[in-house]
Write a protein that binds this ligand. Structure first.
Ligand code: PLP
Length: 388
């Protein structure tokens, strides 16, 4: 049997009559029917085939197939953004009266969906602490249908105990849904821990070059069938162009992740103990509170390093403004190193108390370590720290 990386690289949409080697971009909204009967049969789901690009398109199909191979699961659906994928996972599978248990350390917009959007339709949730399993079982009620986790979390880098999540999911027959954006399938395959659904913001490492938005959910066939029905009717589908780019990017994901992880570990080690830094967090450093857990479920520590600068917001602001090469923006997972100040940007919709509960302090910096020479990355970080 081929290694999954080989299989994913070699998974391609079927060749056209032109015998192209690289899959072309299928910029078409519709696909023609051979005759009236074929159109009827396609709509009746009696035969498989492309109808309309909101439903499927050769490029999105190829992207989903590559992702399903990497995540070792059945099937999937590709979305216009990561958030569309998160929302569809909830909206397609849950109904009024259902309950979600979620780890508290979630990406800001996932938190807002749970807090402000799903309750409008009678779907409620309970948070459990991502790194303290003691309250998890208690949070499950007779209406709980889904256990939603993000690991490692954005930006706190909390690592969730996936073996225990699997134990509870099996005991209470829950849908275990994992946001695997930070780890990517190169570093972690949640299916090995019983995940039923795995989702990604493809905007991050899957694109890897900060060009476009996208999302994907892969998982068990019967769940994906429901998600596909939801998405076909409501229209959050990924564009063929973005899917085409993601497919090309996926062919180098493995290589890129190894280099991101290598640079991130070197940066974390270099910054650890610096006089301007209060705390530093990286899942591949022994000082990370869940280092042992991370080793059990992740191949390497990932491309994100976070640190708290002494002096809170004023110092963080000085640090950010002193950077010379490193980009300052809200994205991550790019070839270029990016620094973000979560409490004033990506997670600013959380109250101060909510921020603190997920370790977002005014001095917190999230560094998405890129593929530049590590000496240049370190040099810029250190000169900016010196000016705090
Ligand atoms: N999940 C995680 C862990 C994220 O970091 C993000 C974005 O930063 C998302 C979901 C949302 O993805 P998108 O911005 O593609 O909608």
């Amino acid at each position: 049997m081929k290694k999954k990386i080989t299989e994913s690289i070699r998974t391609q949409y079927e060749q056209s009559a032109s015998r192209e080697h690289s899959v072309p971009l299928y910029l078409t909204s519709s696909f023609t029917f051979e005759n009236a009967e074929q159109g009827r049969a396609l709509f009746a789901d009696e035969i498989e085939g492309n109808i309309y690009s909101r439903f499927s398109n050769p490029n999105t199909t190829e992207f989903v197939k590559k992702m399903a191979v990497l995540e070792k699961t059945d099937d999937g659906f590709a979305f216009a953004t990561g958030m569309a994928a998160v929302f569809a996972g909830f909206a397609a599978l849950l109904q009024s009266g259902d309950h979600i248990v979620a780890t508290r350390s979630l990406f800001g917009s996932s938190h807002q969906i749970l807090l402000k959007i799903l309750p409008k339709w009678g779907i409620n949730f309970t948070y459990v602490e991502a790194t303290d399993t003691s309250g998890w079982e208690e949070a499950i009620t007779k209406n709980t249908k889904m256990f939603f986790v993000e690991t490692p979390s954005n930006p706190g880098l909390d690592v969730v105990d996936m073996s225990y999540a699997q134990e509870l999911k099996e005991k209470y027959n829950l849908i275990l849904c994992v946001d695997n954006t930070f780890a990517t399938p190169v570093l972690q395959t949640p299916v090995d821990f019983g995940a039923d659904l795995i989702l990604h913001s493809a905007t991050k490492y899957i694109d890897g070059q900060g060009r476009m938005l996208g999302g994907v959910i892969v998982g068990r066939q019967e769940l994906i069938d429901e998600i596909r029905f939801f998405a076909r009717q409501t229209g959050p589908s990924l564009s063929p162009f973005n899917a085409w780019i993601f497919c090309k990017s996926l062919e180098t994901l493995d290589l890129r992740m190894e280099k991101h992880c290598e640079n991130a570990l070197l940066l974390a080690k270099a910054v650890d103990g610096h006089k301007q830094i209060e705390t530093i967090k990286y899942p591949g450093l022994k000082t990370h509170p869940q280092y042992e857990q991370a080793k059990k479920q992740m191949k390497l520590g990932g491309g994100i390093v976070t640190f708290n600068i002494k002096g809170g917001y004023d110092s963080a602001k000085k640090f950010v403004d002193a950077l010379q090469m490193i980009s300052v923006c809200a994205n991550l997972g790019d070839t270029r190193t990016i620094v973000t100040h979560p409490s004033s940007t990506t997670h600013s919709k959380l109250t101060k108390e909510e921020q603190e509960r997920v370790s977002i302090f005014p001095g917190l910096i999230r560094a998405s370590v890129g593929l530049e020479d590590i000496e240049d990355i370190k040099q810029d970080i250190f000169q900016a720290l010196d000016r705090v």
